[in-house]
Design a protein around this ligand. Structure first.
Ligand SMILES: Nc1ncnc2c1ncn2[C@@H]1O[C@H](COP(=O)(O)OP(=O)(O)OP(=O)(O)O)[C@@H](O)[C@H]1O
Ligand SMILES: [Mg+2]
Length: 257
């Protein structure tokens, strides 16, 4: 179980650019839950993920993992249990290395031989098989540099790399936003399969309301550091696009947009 307990976060305190984002914000995500997070620009979604992953400390409050306080645990230590995929496909893979070397890097991370791209040839068939499952032909391009791939191919590679590391949490920040609709669908489908097959706990930030409705067990809508909507299971299944859009518009009007 992942828990944020009474989090406070203020950016630029004491300056004219002070932004009080989170005040007494709490969130509990049970093991195996897939949470979609939507909300307008600047509502605090990325900050929430940064606090969870340890990229940013909260001013006060706690981050708990299975009841253990990890608030001060360094990001690189948390990375053993958290895989994070960003909007920019370039961030999850190493451009200068080949697909094979990127897969080797992820595989070595699993074995704690960090950051050595050396290939264990016996693993090659497994990597090819995992890539073949994507249906994008990447298994036939093992020596191509990741930097030469399209955004969708690269995001698919990043996700497949995270499958090699036995993480418990998948943290996705608009990971389909830079992709064309077909690639976005493929990546979304792959994400869902990964979460289900590996029993991951996932938190997915997205501006795609359709994805947020169709995938995941729970939907959060953030607004100015608050969850203005939090529905799960049956409540989420009953939620229609119209309801979601109406709420979104109400919030925007309130903000004067
Ligand atoms: N490092 C920072 N320093 C100062 N202010 C920040 C910083 N990061 C975020 N903010 C501010 O905090 C607020 C929330 O930002 P955040 O990136 O969490 O929003 P978001 O919901 O992810 O938005 P988007 O949908 O645009 O990605 C914004 O007003 C933003 O300007
Ligand atoms: Mg963001």
């Amino acid at each position: 179980m992942l828990e944020l307990r009474q989090i406070d976060k203020v950016y630029n305190p004491g300056t004219v650019r002070e932004i009080g984002l989170f005040s007494d914000f709490s969130l509990t995500v049970p093991k195996g839950q897939f949470v979609s997070v939507v909300g307008s620009n600047g509502s605090g979604k990325t900050t929430l993920l940064n606090i969870l992953c340890g990229s940013l400390p909260p001013d006060s409050g706690q981050v708990l993992l299975d009841g253990q306080d990890i608030t001060r645990q360094k990001e690189h230590l948390r990375a053993r249990r958290f895989a994070r995929i960003y909007q920019n496909p370039a961030l999850g893979t190493c451009a200068k290395m080949s697909i094979r070397e990127n897969m080797a890097l992820a595989d070595n991370k699993r074995r704690r031989m960090n950051l050595r791209p050396g290939t264990d040839r016996s693993r090659l068939p497994l990597w090819r098989q995992m890539l073949a499952e994507l249906g994008l032909g990447l298994e036939n391009m093992m020596e191509a540099r990741a930097g030469s791939l399209s955004g969708g191919q690269r995001q698919a590679l990043a996700l497949t790399m995270s499958r090699l590391t036995p993480v418990d949490f998948l943290i996705l920040d608009e990971h389909t936003a830079a992709l064309d609709p077909k690639a976005a669908d493929i990546i979304m489908h792959l994400t869902d399969r990964m979460v289900r097959e590996s029993g991951l706990t996932a938190i997915m930030v997205t501006h795609n309301l359709r994805f947020a409705l169709d995938y995941g067990d729970r939907l959060l809508m953030m607004h100015q550091g608050h969850a203005v909507l939090d529905v799960r299971d049956e409540g989420k299944r009953r939620l229609e696009m119209e309801d979601l859009l109406r709420l979104f518009n109400e919030i925007s009007v309130e903000c004067g947009n």
